[in-house]
Structures are given as C-alpha cells and as structure tokens.
Design a protein around this ligand. Structure first.
Ligand SMILES: Nc1nc2c(c(=O)[nH]1)N[C@H]1C(S)=C(S)[C@@H](COP(=O)(O)OP(=O)(O)OC[C@H]3O[C@@H](n4cnc5c(N)ncnc54)[C@H](O)[C@@H]3O)O[C@H]1N2
Ligand code: MOO
Length: 413
C-alpha cells in the first residue's frame, strides 16, 4: 500500500502545468470573482496617470518655501483652485501657489504640496509656516507602475484586490479558465435520498451532497449523477457517461474488498489505467485513482463510502487536483500549518491518521481542539463545525496536550 506522500505525487502528475483541457472564457469583471486569470495583464497606463496631490493643501514651488518657518512664513498668492478631476490652466510662477485637493493634478511649475494643516490663509494668500520636504505629497506619474509593466500574472485567483487592479487597468472584461466539470455519484443498494422514509437497512445518501458542496467551493462545476445501485451494468453505464462528460469523476462507495465493490473492475473494463488502489491513511484507506489515457484523460477518484473517509480523501487529494486543473499556478497543494494542540491526540502509528477538530483563537494564538463525540469514519455528525484535520504521521502514536501538531486547513478559520 502506498504512503500518502507517494499518492500525492502520483495524482499531481495526472494534471500538467499547461493542461490542454483548460479552455478560456471571457467574463465581465463583476462576474470574475474567484475565477482563475488565463492571461497575464500588462498595463496600458502609467500609475498614477498624472502627477497628483496626496493631500488637501497648496501646490507650491519648493524653492519658494524651503526657508519657511513660523516666524518667517513664506507668503504666496493663490492663482488657481484645482479640485480632483480638473485640468489646471495656470503655470505656477515664483511667489504663487494653487489651492489643491487630494488626487488633483499638480499644475505646471509646482513641484511640492504643503498640507493644509501647516498653513494659514489670508484672503487670497497662503502663509506656509513649516518648510516641506522637496516634492513632498506629490504622487508622481508612473511611480507605482508604468505602461508595459505586468500587473497580474496568469494562473491567479481573482479576489477583491485583483478585480480592483483590473478595473483600474481598464479591463471591463477578462479572460479566465473554464471551470473544471466534476461528475459526482454515490453507489450502494442501501442508499436513499434525504426525502425518502427509511426502511430497515437503508442509509441516507449524504456523500453526494457534501461532495457537490465541496466541488462548488473549490471553483468547479458539479455534474450530479445521483445514486447508482450496486449493479455492474448500471455502474458501467454511469461511469462511461461520467468520464465522457466531465474532467474529474467522483464516486463514493464500492471501492473496498466486498463482493459488491465493483468499481475497480469496471474501470479496468473501460480501459482505465489504475494508479492507486489503497492509501496508508485513516480514514480513507480504500481509495481508487485512475485515468483514461486513451480517451479524454478524465481523472477518476473512487472515494471510500464512509462519509468521513469520503470527505477526508476529498480534502487531501481531490481538492488540490481540482485547483491545479482549474489553472491555479501556485498554492493548489494541500496546505499544512503547525499549531499547538489543546487536547491529547492518539493514533495507532500504522497509518497516517487524520483527526478532525477546530482551530480556536486562544490568547491570540490558534490552538487545535478535537471535535467532541465519537471519532469514527461512519460518524459525520461531529465533522460539522470543524475546520482542520490534525495529522499524525506513520509511527507517531501520541501528541500530548500543549504539543505542536501539523494540521490541514479544510475551511476558513
Ligand atoms: N474486509 C474489509 N472491509 C472493509 C475494509 C477493508 O479494508 N477490508 N475497509 C473499510 C474501510 S476503511 C472503509 S472506508 C470502507 C469503504 O468501503 P466502500 O468504499 O466499499 O463503501 P461501502 O462499503 O459502499 O460503504 C461503507 C459505509 O459507508 C456508507 N456509505 C456509503 N455511501 C454513502 C453515501 N453516499 N452517503 C452516506 N453513507 C454512505 C455505507 O452505508 C457503509 O456504511 O470499507 C470498510 N470495510
Ligand atoms: O478508511 Mo476507512 O475510511 O478507515 O473508514
């Protein structure tokens, strides 16, 4: 059985940095949040676009005010008032100043702005009582970025700051990668939908709902294929349809060793190359990963049926794959951080062990608190409200309370 890190490496190789499946779409800027930028953005403009004032005050010639002090203020004639958005008409001559406001264009002749609080006003004259620094409070044309500079690289997720940059760079529409399509279905004769009264032995399908939510959260488009019975013909039809119509396929259940666990066999019949059949981890040991090199290279994840195992394997392996396929050039990998564990954590040391819980802020420091209740891969109830998985590696059997532990973040803290 493969170790988690080996499995991670094998899966990572199933998506290429320049994956040919990544089509490009053009979207309006307001519809672009959380999409992945497909082209680098080069500036057509200088930022700032004009020399402009950083303060409300007076635009002056530095030479006129460099000696100014409270006893001997420089006294300048105000020849123009320049609000933001206005083109100055006058050239400032020696002995002159312009009233100016934050963001307004610096008039020709002036090179420095004196902020209002360091001046006093006598009708149409201004008294400068404190000498400014040369060029103080002038934001110079092109001092942040210049035309031709790259503002944003391709392969980043567009959040508020990036959208603001695109607006400022006059890009009302933007090229983004198509969202990956992810087919999802559950397998098992015992499964029913949540609106069905339970008969003896039946179990409500929760995996389809959890996986659809996670797929959307990860920036992909779910293709919901429902519940498929433990019937080889129905399963084969569904899998064939899924691989033909999606970039990634997620099934849950049917990957263990029971007589009704048909998934691996059907994948082989359909020409799959099976890369992974099981992982040295708990929960989540029975995991099948395959792709179809002869067809469209769709990646198949046969997730374990136990509800916690399905989600843990999603967070650990599927989420990074979706992010990489979606076109994120950096940061698609599973992310671990080290925090103090509030509770003692135990594992048998045989397999990499994931324990679910929550990061809580305690005196400004995040601490891992284990979820209360029974920790069992069939109990999904205490997974609710968690945001992190503590990870004990193979051979590690104990983390004492207060000791540092590695955690995988699964939701915003
Ligand atoms: N002899 C062995 N038995 C099992 C092994 C093993 O190594 N040898 N591994 C165990 C582990 S670990 C897991 S995890 C499960 C995984 O089994 P399957 O992926 O084949 O899943 P099923 O048998 O179909 O279901 C397991 C369990 O999960 C419930 N389930 C399934 N689908 C859903 C769903 N969509 N929503 C909610 N709950 C679901 C199902 O009813 C079962 O209770 O195998 C162990 N057995
Ligand atoms: O991996 Mo199973 O996922 O241990 O319950």
């Amino acid at each position: 059985m493969l170790q988690v890190s080996d499995v991670e490496a094998v899966i990572s190789n199933l998506v290429q940095p320049l994956d040919p499946r990544r089509d490009i779409e053009i979207v309006d800027l307001l519809a672009a949040s959380d999409r992945i930028l497909a082209n680098p953005i080069t500036s057509q403009l200088d930022f700032p676009h004009w020399d402009n004032s950083a303060m409300d005050g007076y635009a002056v010639r530095y030479a006129d005010v460099q000696q100014a002090n409270a006893q001997q203020p420089a006294i300048l004639d105000i020849v123009e008032e320049i609000p933001a958005g206005y083109q100055p008409k006058t050239t400032i001559q020696p002995g002159q100043a312009a009233r100016i406001f934050t963001g307004a264009v610096i008039p020709t002749g002036a090179d420095t702005v004196v902020m209002q609080e360091r001046t006093s006003r006598e009708e149409n004259r201004v008294l400068i009582q404190v000498a400014p620094q040369p060029k103080e409070y002038v934001r110079h044309k092109g001092s942040y970025y210049q035309a031709g500079n790259q503002l944003l690289p391709a392969g980043i997720k567009l959040k508020a700051a990036e959208i603001a940059v695109l607006a400022a760079a006059q890009c009302p529409q933007v090229k983004v990668y198509r969202r990956p399509k992810v087919a999802i279905f559950s397998t098992g004769d015992e499964l029913v939908t949540p609106n069905t009264p339970l008969q003896p032995g039946q179990i409500v399908d929760s995996n389809n709902y959890a996986l659809a939510t996670l797929v959307k959260e990860t920036g992909a488009e779910p293709l919901l294929l429902g519940i498929v019975k433990d019937n080889p013909v129905a399963l084969q039809e569904t899998i064939a349809y899924a691989i033909a119509n999606a970039d990634i396929v997620l099934s849950s259940g049917g990957v263990s060793v029971g007589e009704y666990d048909y998934v691996d066999k059907i994948l082989e019949d359909l020409g799959a190359e099976i890369h992974i059949r099981a992982v040295e981890m708990t929960p989540g040991k029975p995991l099948t990963v395959a792709n179809f090199p002869q067809q469209n290279s769709a990646i198949y994840f046969g997730l374990p049926g136990n509800p916690v195992s399905a989600l843990v394997t999603f967070w650990r392996f599927v989420q990074p794959t979706i992010k990489k396929l979606a076109g994120l050039s950096e940061g698609w990998e599973a992310k671990f951080i080290k925090v103090r564990s509030h509770d003692e954590l135990r594992a048998n040391g045989k397999r990499e062990t994931y324990i679910w819980g929550k990061l809580n802020l305690v005196a400004d420091v995040y601490e891992f608190h284990t979820a209360g209740g029974t920790h069992n891969s069939g109990n999904l109830i205490n997974l609710a409200q968690t945001n992190a998985l503590a990870v004990l590696s193979v051979g590690q059997t104990l983390i004492t309370a207060g000791e540092e532990v590695q955690v995988l973040l699964i939701a915003a803290v």
